[in-house]
Design a protein around this ligand. Sequence first.
Ligand code: B12
Length: 344
Amino acid sequence: MDGSDRKEDLVNRADPHDRGADKHRYVSTSQAAEALGVSVTTVKRWVDDGILPAQRTVGKHRKLLLADVQRMVREGNLSQTNSSPAVPTSSPEQNEPERLQEELIRAARDGNTDRVRHLILSGYRNSMAIETLADSVIAPTLHQIGHDWETGSVDVVSEHRATQACVSALYELRALLRSSPEKGRPVAVGGAPEHDHFLLPTLLAKLTLLESGWDAINLGPHTPMSAFQTALDQLCPALIWVSVTWVETPDAFLRDYNAFYHEAEARGVAVVVGGQGLIPELRSRMGYTSFGDRLMHLAAFSRSVYRRPPQLHRGRAQGSGGQSVGTAEANNETADPSGRLPLA
Ligand code: B12
């Protein structure tokens, strides 16, 4: 069993069906660090700060209850605890996009869903921005899987499995991002157009905006432009993103999209477009406020419209200042998007 197996082993025991006998078992700071995807120093600091309960052995070493570590892994509740400016990491694997990408490609090719989940969550816990995870880890991984498919080394089942593994990890990540929404944050709505069934690009756009402090609502793939138009009325967003990976009938898309865009422009709503399907011939016939090749461009644009109040978040200080445009509160809506539409 190598180091990563041991880590998976400890993490997997977070399954509530597998607790009973382990309830009173102790683990070392290094085992806890492995499971939580942080450094031993960080675990020791959390113990000393009273964040992680622990006892001392006769030799004065810290020992932690497995159940406490499992609870932290399960809750993924590291946003308050990682409050130092630089969160030390347990290994470069979780901190450098290139290394993480290599690991993710391997896990996706192997169909190792647990490892895909673990790698994505550990990237996040080690302070990687969502847009970096998207642009430099997840997108290149899926591109590689696509290439593998083209060259015949993986089948279409692998493409679906890799996508689903990333999607389920990102849903877990979304729960962490929603843990402390700011009051007065603006609303963003987005999705992929009709006949575009791609899940990841629009989900990642949503997470990018959530992390930038927006109340981001993903209408999901295969969304008719008329639904985007309805969202303008119902959700009063300050920003709409349209993620386009596949366009079935360009003329029909351009007709519907441009009708929507004129409506959005008339209301002063910013429309940001991007995605692999937006080839120059198509884009040159579209109206939009901003276009981006990558989600870092969406993040940058969104920050030019709204800067979340300063806060310590996963060890990274966010921007300062704040504008109030199309906010959830101003629209008399709840801060929780799931109360309004069945959202991705
Ligand atoms: C997985 C996959 C599938 C899965 C999709 C599973 C699912 N439900 O999501 C399945 C097998 C179903 C599939 C089907 C098809 N696929 Co496919 N698929 C892929 C694959 C391998 C990965 C796509 C993915 O999820 N990438 C991950 C995302 C995160 O990366 P990304 O798309 O690059 O997104 C980044 C940027 O574009 C940008 N971005 C994205 N959205 C936005 C939005 C904004 C506002 C901004 C600023 C930026 C931005 O930021 C993202 C992060 O960096 C790609 C290969 C590849 N090179 O990508 C082909 C690919 C996308 N598929 C392709 C094709 C042709 C198809 C099919 C038409 C095949 C067919 N003949 O049936 C169908 C279309 C289905 C449909 N109607 O939607 C082509 C598309 C070419 C094109 N656009 O002209 C690709 C590129 C493969 C290729 N090289 O030919 N596919």
